[in-house]
Each structure stands twice: as C-alpha cells, then as structure tokens.
Design a protein around this ligand. Structure first.
Ligand code: SF4
Length: 231
C-alpha cells in the first residue's frame, strides 16, 4: 500500500530564511510532515532522475531561463525585478533547447489569441503546428453526453478532442507543445497523450478574463462563497 502523504507546504509557517527547503542540505525547519525533512530517501531517488542527460539538460535550461527572467541579479541587496512576459519566456526556452517545431493546442474560445500567438511564434522563427480543440468534429453523444448536458441545447456540438490534438502533434513531430486555454480535464488528456513536453501559456477562466487567480485573490471578499462547501 502506498504510504499516506501528509505534506502540507501550503500551511508552512516557518520563516523563509529558516525553511528546510531553502537551506543547503535541507538543514532548517519545517512544519509537521515537512517533505524536505521526512522524504529524504525519495528525494535522493529523484535526484538520480536529474542525472539522466536529457532530463538534466531540460531542467538546466529551464533553470537558466528562470534566472534570466529577472534583471539586476548581481545587486545587493537583491530586489526582484522581473522583466519578461511568459510568451517571451516560452520562445527563449524553446530556442535554448534547440526546438524548431512547436505545437499550439488551443481552445475555440481562444481563436483570436491563437492567431496572435502564432504571429509571435513565427516571428521568432518557429515552425508551428496549431490544432483547435474541436478537431475531428466528433459528436458529444459519442462520449455519452445527453442533450441536456450540451452548451447549446438542441444543437449539434462537437466534443473537445484533446487526444486528437495531441496525436496530430505527435504525428507532426512537434518538439515542444504550448497549451492555450484548454478546458479543465481536456488539458489533462492533452498532457497525457502528447509525446513532446508541454507548457501552458494561458488557462481558460471564462468569468475572469482568463485570470483564475482573480477569484482566488478575492475569496476573502467578493468570492467568499468559494470558501463555503458547495459554493
Ligand atoms: S518543504 Fe518543509 S520547510 Fe519547505 S515549505 Fe514545505 S513544510 Fe515548509
């Protein structure tokens, strides 16, 4: 039986400079169940994963990219000064990895945005395979959706088809995929079936202008119903 995990980093009250996960050799403090203090064997096993050449290079370039997203890094005291939007981060990371062919898996609700993203990616020299979620036009009935469960009741509706989006990208040999606005769950299937690693440019949030943290930030006030079971 799997060991029950009790990691609760989101409840950690240890001051930043004393946290075990932010100090060399994990020397520091953590709250009860701290995974840095309690999962040393697993952590050691995972470190061997990063020893694999391709994984190491991917992680190394991601870390370099992370650092390069800040300016004035040699200043003391250091002050966070972020400089790059995520779309730039994605392009720079893909260049670092030597990727030339990218996949853009997007939602029909992000058609305008997908066109803009395509222009940017092509301007940066990438060959882009773009596939919209409704590709294949498979009727929702095929996965057991009833008429009352459609968005527009009484109309033909094609299901979102993230597996086909992924398979088309696999066939095209994309080296790195970008998810743009895929629905909750559809994105999960895309990640599961895509051969190439996938990053996310934006997630869909229909009521917040695709800013899902808006309702989270205001869950102590206007969105307080989110903290009540059943909303
Ligand atoms: S790893 Fe430990 S110290 Fe770090 S946030 Fe989690 S509980 Fe806190």
């Amino acid at each position: 039986m799997k060991e029950k995990t009790n990691a609760r980093c989101a409840q950690c009250t240890v001051p930043r400079n004393e946290k075990s996960c932010l100090n060399p050799q994990g020397k520091g403090k953590g709250v009860r169940g701290c995974p840095t203090l309690n999962k040393r064997a697993l952590a050691a096993e995972v470190r061997t994963e990063y020893a694999k050449e391709d994984i190491r290079e991917f992680a190394r370039q991601a870390s370099i990219q992370e650092g390069e997203c800040y300016a004035y890094r040699d200043q003391k005291p250091f002050r966070l000064h972020p400089t790059k939007p995520r779309i730039q981060e994605i392009c720079e990371f893909a260049h670092k990895m030597g990727y030339t062919r990218l996949g853009l898996a997007y939602c029909i609700g992000m058609t305008t945005e997908a066109g803009l993203v395509l222009q940017i990616l092509e301007a940066q020299g990438f060959d882009v395979v773009s596939v919209m979620c409704k590709v294949g036009s498979v009727p929702k009935e095929e996965i057991g959706i009833r008429e009352t469960e459609k968005i527009r009741i009484g109309n033909y509706e094609a299901m979102c088809n993230p597996i086909l989006q992924a398979r088309i990208m696999n066939d095209a040999g994309t080296q790195f995929n970008i998810a743009l606005g895929l629905c909750v769950g559809h994105d999960s299937l895309f990640f599961r079936y895509a051969d190439a690693p996938t990053t996310v440019l934006a997630v869909k949030d229909r009521v917040s202008g695709h800013n899902p943290l808006g309702p989270v930030y205001t869950s102590g006030s206007y969105y307080s119903r989110l903290r009540q079971k059943g909303f």
